[in-house]
Design a binder for this molecule. Structure first.
Ligand code: FAD
Length: 308
């Protein structure tokens, strides 16, 4: 059965916090493989991200995945950040380089000590290994005995860009970067949003041919309004999906536009699953209605057996 997972962002006000915690139980009840929590650009959301992760870790049995960015950090700062998340009980990360601060140019050397997400992947593994070199396991039948085993490992996901990262010079640069991230110790990739199944399926084919073996989960965003579509295109640099834009623009009201966006995300999910994707990762915008409708439409929600 293909898996599914969700992305949340840390709330920015008391009202959005209440909305997030109101939708969380429904997302958890659906049975996701994991729930990831974004990290504000340039470290602006360390505490709020930790709060949401703590909520998931303590109140649910779903795996909580922390996004972390390293842009602009020294090694010492990045190591301290990783330790803080490990201390909070996080064992699953999405390691990202992050974007430059607004207005920064390449000449400003905005990157800090870690130049790429691959270096952050290595640092997370190193910090975890230093923190927990060994673990002592009980030996069944010998109450006083302890077996020494190597310390537990962490799961590290990374970002992938089916239509190329906006700063990348070529598809092969994106594939090389992804391969380097796997070589650095990443074991899962999650893609940037995209609007056509072939973008993802073609990318996965090229990635496999280039030697990438880790799972590559397609990131899907239900886009329920023209404004939201314009905003995500601005943020991601993706090309305008002309058909979706025109269908959203022609919708007579907001509710009809939502249905257009949902239909589009459901159709995309179905095509991806039919094409071999072994799961989907949904950008939720901290709401449960749209993501659960997409999962139901894609046949990924287990329905209870009807009473006879
Ligand atoms: P890398 O893997 O280091 O690089 C990505 C690509 O960019 C590669 O192809 C690389 O070759 C190319 N590239 C990088 N720098 C250059 C350069 N200077 N010149 C030419 N090519 C270059 N951002 C946040 O701040 N917080 C989040 O929580 C967050 N979550 C995300 C989740 C997902 C699933 C995705 C896809 C993105 C997310 N981002 C987030 C955005 C991400 O930080 C940016 O896309 C960032 O620009 C690149 O990060 P990376 O980890 O992909 O970098």
């Amino acid at each position: 059965m293909p898996t599914f997972s969700f992305e949340l962002y840390p709330p920015r006000s008391a009202r959005s916090e209440a909305a997030l915690y109101a939708c969380l139980p429904d997302l958890v009840a659906a049975g996701p493989e994991f729930i990831s929590v974004t990290y504000g650009a340039n470290g602006s959301s360390r505490e709020p991200s930790l709060d949401v992760l703590g909520h998931i870790l303590q109140g649910t049995d779903v795996q909580a995945m922390a996004h972390l960015t390293c842009v602009g950090s020294s090694y010492a700062e990045a190591s301290e950040l990783i330790r803080q998340f490990l201390d909070a009980g996080v064992t699953s990360f999405l390691a990202l380089r992050g974007d430059p601060p607004e207005g920064a140019t390449e000449a400003d050397s905005f990157l800090g000590d870690l130049g790429s997400a691959g270096e952050l992947v290595q640092l997370i593994h190193r910090v975890q290994a230093e923190r927990e070199q060994f673990a002592f396991h009980e030996v069944p039948g010998f109450p006083a005995a302890r077996r020494i085993v190597s310390g537990s490992k962490v799961t590290i996901a990374v970002a992938a860009f089916p239509n190329g990262h906006p700063r990348s010079r070529s598809v092969s640069q994106d594939l090389d970067t992804l391969l380097a991230k796997e070589a650095a110790g990443a074991n899962l990739a999650i893609t940037q949003l995209f609007f056509h199944a072939d973008d993802y399926l073609g990318f996965v084919e090229k990635a496999r041919a280039a030697g990438v073996t880790m799972r590559i989960l397609p990131g899907i965003m239900p886009v329920l309004s023209v404004n939201r579509l314009k905003r995500v295109l601005e943020l991601t640099g993706e090309e305008t999906p002309v058909e979706l834009l025109s269908a959203l623009e022609s919708a007579p009201d907001a509710q009809a536009a939502s249905l257009v966006g949902l239909d589009s995300a459901i159709g995309l999910s179905r095509e991806l699953l039919a094409g071999g994707a072994d799961g989907i990762h949904l950008y939720t915008f901290n709401s449960s209605d749209a993501p659960l409708a997409v999962l139901a439409g894609a046949g990924l929600l287990e329905t209870s057996t009807p009473a006879l």
